[in-house]
Design a protein around this ligand. Sequence first.
Ligand code: HEM
Length: 428
Amino acid sequence: SVEAPIPPAEVDLATVDLSDREWWVRPPAERHAALDRLRAERPFAFFAEPEIPGIPSGPGYHAVTRYADLEAISSQPAVFCSGKGAVSMQDVPAELHEFYGSLISMDDPRHAKIRRIVSKTFTPRMLERTLDSVRTIVDDVLARARATAEANDGVIDVVADIAAPIPLRVICDMMGVPEADRPGVLANSNIILSGGDPELIENDDPLTAFLTAGMEMAALMERLAGERLADPRDDLTTALVRSEVDGERLSHQEIASFFILLLVAGNETTRNAISQGLLALSEWPQERARWAADPSLDRTGVEEVVRWVSPVTWMRRTATQDGEVGGHRFTAGEKFLLFYNAANRDPEVFADPQRFDVGRDPNPHVGFGSKGPHFCLGAHLARRELQVTFRAIFDQLPDLEVTGPPHRLASSFVNGLKRLPARLGGTR
Ligand code: HEM
């Protein structure tokens, strides 16, 4: 059943703190009612950053919730730069550059040159070749989910048994990460994107846990890089270590941060689109029946899942000069968080935005980012991966029934699920 929408007027904006990871665990209906109200009444609302021990706090940020403002900022990278850090609310301290200082937090011209190394590999033609292996991976994961259910009285966890292993195997194959290292990649990428969720970082403080996870990923890169230099293969890691920009190999730090970015970005986002797409389909059974019966809806269905879920909640930009955007006057150094989830429900752009409609067309969502140089490098891969996955689930697991409740990740940055209980084979 669909969560009852909450009238925005019932939200007390004084209790809304977009910096508080615990706020993001609230039910989506409540979150979206608050974002609706911010978009309508305070489209550049100001928030302070959360306190993180060991990291100096910055000047706070403006939450961009209107589609038009988000697009205006994203499409002017010279005025709104990424180089001060796009994936953290704070400016990036030097010691964290290895993990945060990747492509996503770089500006042109270096950004464009480094991005080209991988975009050459991520061509649609190369991806069509990958698609066969994606189908094999999806079939295998779904067969294992069926076996798990049979051994467990019908019970599975959508996240652990379906949503996590598919993108993990796809991106690890593309990067050439050996089987034995994959559980470590999964655990560390969880920690890197945990947003500090206490369940995922257990005893360590967030910064220590984050640094340890990043160092383990960098050590893996180090080992694989050595192997690939000696013995090149047809994988992305080989492309990273052998590529040259302006006649020089990438720096050690650039290779490490790009390697980590690809593993983490290729993993967590797609996982949350699968798990929360299945949750949305269980809440909108007519949409599920309509899509399952009609493969010609695979394209629009996946776009709607990405709009609805918005797996990446925001990216940050920093003003490089004084100016004005959407009626807001700003000065150099001001920070803007681009809330993709809010823009994706903007009634100026989407008819009936709080309705999940697998046939929505056109659907100019910004789930993969908006206009500008940082638009998701993996969008084509993710789209095809999701199309194959949802079609295979409709065909092979028609009896999948989400039983819930979802266990939400306490993170402002990633709209994630930690667990989603479900059944195969009907209720017993
Ligand atoms: C960038 C979302 C899957 C790799 C981004 C951005 C978003 C995003 C919002 C930032 C865009 C901007 O700042 O304008 C998603 C979603 C995915 C997904 C929702 C899945 C449903 C993937 C996959 C990969 C990937 C599968 C890689 C294999 C990247 C990279 C960037 C990026 C490397 C940085 C690009 C740059 O800074 O130039 N993604 N992504 N993403 N994504 Fe994705």
